[in-house]
Design a protein around this ligand. Structure first.
Ligand code: NAD
Length: 275
């Protein structure tokens, strides 16, 4: 029940999805959490920690992006919780409605929405960036979140919450990930503005802005990146593990953070953020 719920390929077997000896204390008992991109990387770690805290889990994943969804489902079921998998592409604006309706049909309610799915199109030379790539990044990262939130708000009740996966590059910038960092910057502003509009309904909206975390996204986007060098430029001089981000999501999803909305948590190895 600890360590690294094991996956058989090298990339993932180097990742720790749940904190060693993490027991959970029922912080999310009876909650239904819907996590986009919950099949893989950071999303899987969030799903496993939520499950160990007592939540049942729905996951939207991109079927052709990732083959690990069924493994994630098994890991959640090993925790004694339900896992409902919904394949779908956030490039298609009808996906959020279809997926959310499926979640409601299955569980009859929704308590927590985690907008975690994200993509990037790295580039060397900004003058050669294709508008199609920017559109795709914004359609998935920003519009995908926008549509997911609109659908979720039809069902979230007082006490519900929304958490968005942003990134340290929203603040620091990154010359090779201009599409991505811009989209994550938009999500930070979205988090702040949306939180203001929902505060009186007691629906909290917060974001988590991870630093470098070794996941399939990183391994596939930067094939030359060596794991041992990843994150060396942070004050902690190492990359983070998926679980080191997921615990921030547990805090934001639980009553422990009941007076916190419109904020960003920064699991980033010590990078100081000028908000
Ligand atoms: P990952 O590749 O393991 O996960 C990305 C997820 O997004 C996948 O589960 C996939 O199913 C989903 N997805 C991708 N395209 C989709 C689409 N078109 N429709 C529906 N789902 C789609 O990568 P990860 O690193 O775990 O990334 C998770 C989130 O964390 C992303 O938003 C990413 O931007 C963010 N993030 C990652 C890092 C890092 O260093 N890994 C740092 C900061 C932020």
């Amino acid at each position: 029940k600890d360590n690294n719920p094991g996956i058989n390929n090298k990339t993932t077997s180097e990742m720790v999805f749940i904190r060693n000896n993490y027991r959970g204390s029922g912080k999310l008992t009876n909650k239904i959490a819907f996590i986009t991109g919950g099949d893989s990387g950071i999303g899987r770690a969030i799903a496993l920690h939520f499950a160990r805290e007592g939540a049942n889990i729905a996951i939207l994943y991109h079927p052709s992006e990732n083959k690990d969804a069924n493994i994630t489902k098994e890991l959640i079921e090993d925790e004694g919780r339900e896992c409902f998998l919904i394949g779908g592409d956030l490039l298609d604006p009808s996906t959020p409605r279809r997926a959310t309706q499926a979640v409601i049909k299955r569980f009859n309610k929704l308590d927590i929405l985690v907008n975690n799915a994200g993509i990037q199109h790295p580039q060397e030379d900004f003058t050669k960036v294709k508008s199609k790539d920017w559109e795709e990044t914004f359609k998935i990262n920003v519009f995908g979140t926008f549509h997911m939130v609109q659908e979720a708000l039809k069902h979230l009740k007082e006490g519900g919450c929304i958490i968005i996966t942003a990134s340290v590059v929203a603040y620091q910038g990154n010359g090779h990930l201009i599409d991505y960092s811009s989209s994550k910057g938009a999500l930070i502003s979205f988090t702040r503005s949306l939180s203001a509009s929902l505060a009186q309904k007691n629906i909290r909206v917060n974001a988590v802005a991870p630093g470098p975390i070794w996941t399939p996204l990183v391994a596939s986007t930067f094939p030359d990146q060596k794991k041992e060098d990843f994150g060396k430029n942070t004050p902690m001089q190492r990359g983070g593990q998926p679980w080191e981000v997921a615990t921030a999501f547990v805090f934001l999803a639980s009553e422990d953070s009941s007076y916190i909305t419109g904020q960003v948590i920064h699991p980033n190895g010590g990078v100081i953020i000028n908000a």
